[in-house]
Design a protein around this ligand. Structure first.
Ligand code: ZN
Ligand code: ZN
Length: 134
């Protein structure tokens, strides 16, 4: 994602927007809270207020380039991917794994169908303790 990509979705390529995008893209764990982004900006000597970060993230979310995941204890943001995936979250260290399981996906379709629904979207979060914390 660069300045042109932002323009293409109707967002001016401001410094905060570009910096936040860059952090989301370069981050090792791919799932960051607004506070994580704020801390990373401080490390990089960039002055962007928390309110601005939330505003930019909301704009990114509305334009579809970023997805917000609402976990039990926090919300994190990730760059939207074409491939659907679900999440496994460690309740001790916060580590997040991504997975895509065909059996689970099919089961969800069947449940929806049983109730006469056509599934358009879902969020599945599994909470547990990771191998390192266990
Ligand atoms: Zn852990
Ligand atoms: Zn993810």
């Amino acid at each position: 994602m660069n300045a042109d990509d932002l323009k293409n979705i109707g967002l001016k390529a401001t410094t905060p927007r570009l910096k936040i995008l860059e952090i989301l893209e370069s981050s090792e764990n791919h799932h960051l809270s607004a506070e994580d982004i704020y801390r990373e900006l401080i490390i990089r000597n960039e002055e962007v207020g928390v309110a601005t970060i939330y505003r930019v993230l909301t704009q990114f979310e509305q334009s579809g380039i970023v997805k917000k995941l609402n976990f039990e204890d926090r919300s994190v943001y990730e760059i939207s991917k074409a491939e659907h995936h679900d999440h496994l979250i460690c309740t001790k260290c916060g580590k997040i794994e991504e997975f895509n399981d065909e059996t689970i996906e099919n089961c969800q379709d069947k449940i929806a169908e049983k109730f006469g629904y056509k599934l358009t979207d879902h969020s599945l979060y599994l909470y547990g303790v990771c191998a390192v914390c266990n």
